[in-house]
Write a protein that binds this ligand. Structure first.
Ligand SMILES: [Zn+2]
Length: 282
């Protein structure tokens, strides 16, 4: 029981980073009919979302806890949606329709095998939120080890992505933060590690999280690796702009040496040929 809409039916060519049909289901209600779960479709509901800023802007509100500023924006919000990608259903909560388009284009960059692992491990789904890290930031995402009692779901079972992480990448049409967070799941014995990297490169990537201009607010050793994964999936995009974003300007997170190491990891060697072909050097 679902409606099928193609990408261009919904938003014209306002987001261009997608050429294949998509499916987004807005779920109003789930119920059981005997053995079967029936999903009833609904519409987005008027609500508000918050977008963050690190600097004061006219009309923006200071959030002391986050030490950031935010603006509350009226937006239609889809309480629950299903993004169906190559027969894998990713449940997505709290996104606006335009954010769902971006997330759908993002999921199209993820190998089916990886998507299945994320769905299996993160049973609370993809959650688009105002802030992550116990309300400490309007930016980025979260893949947390501790549940936040303030939220209605188990944070440890969710992929968290902020509205700002989507909004700030609207021109790109995809959400890199989501790919970074999937990368964390892939480090949980799912074939993403430093094992194929030279010791020097592995150390350099590990150090990115702690050195000046660090890549993440988390000091974890996998931040550089998850960024490399994020750029690599973008490198495999059929869209020139996304592929360029995953390559330039070159850094150790997205240069040929890092791509070569990633290609030799189990996460990628076990993929079907058509997925591996996407990541070939060109
Ligand atoms: Zn991270």
């Amino acid at each position: 029981v679902f409606s099928r809409k193609t990408f261009f039916d919904v938003f014209g060519d306002s987001i261009k980073n997608r050429s294949s049909p998509m499916t987004v289901l807005y779920i109003a209600r789930r119920r059981r009919e005997g053995q079967q779960e029936v999903m009833e479709l609904g519409n987005p509901r008027p609500g508000t979302i918050r977008l963050g800023s690190r600097t004061q802007r006219p009309g923006w509100v200071r959030d002391r806890r986050a030490a950031q500023y935010y603006q509350e924006v009226p937006a239609d919000v889809v309480e629950e949606a299903i993004l169906r990608e190559d027969r894998v259903d990713m449940r997505c909560y709290g996104a606006t329709p335009i954010e769902l388009q971006m997330l759908d284009a993002t999921l199209a960059l993820v190998p089916t095998d990886h998507l299945q692992r994320v769905v299996r491990e993160k049973t609370a789904g993809l959650r688009v939120v105002n802030t992550t890290g116990r309300g400490s930031s309007y930016f980025g995402g979260g893949n947390v080890q501790q549940d936040d009692p303030a939220t209605s779901f188990d944070d440890t079972l969710a992929i968290l992505v902020t509205h700002s992480a989507l909004h700030d990448n609207a021109a790109l049409g995809i959400c890199p933060t989501t790919l970074h967070e999937f990368g964390h799941v892939m480090t949980h014995n799912n074939g993403l590690s430093y094992e194929t990297f030279s010791p020097q490169r592995a150390t350099a990537l590990r150090n990115l999280a702690t050195t000046e201009g660090r890549v993440s607010r988390n000091p974890g050793q996998f931040e550089g690796l998850c960024n490399a994964y994020m750029y690599f999936l973008c490198y495999g995009s059929v869209e020139a702009s996304v592929r360029r974003w995953g390559t330039l300007p070159s850094s150790i997170q997205k240069d040929p040496e890092t791509r070569d190491a990633l290609r030799r990891l189990p996460a990628f060697t076990r993929l079907p040929a058509e997925w591996q072909a996407r990541y070939a050097e060109r």
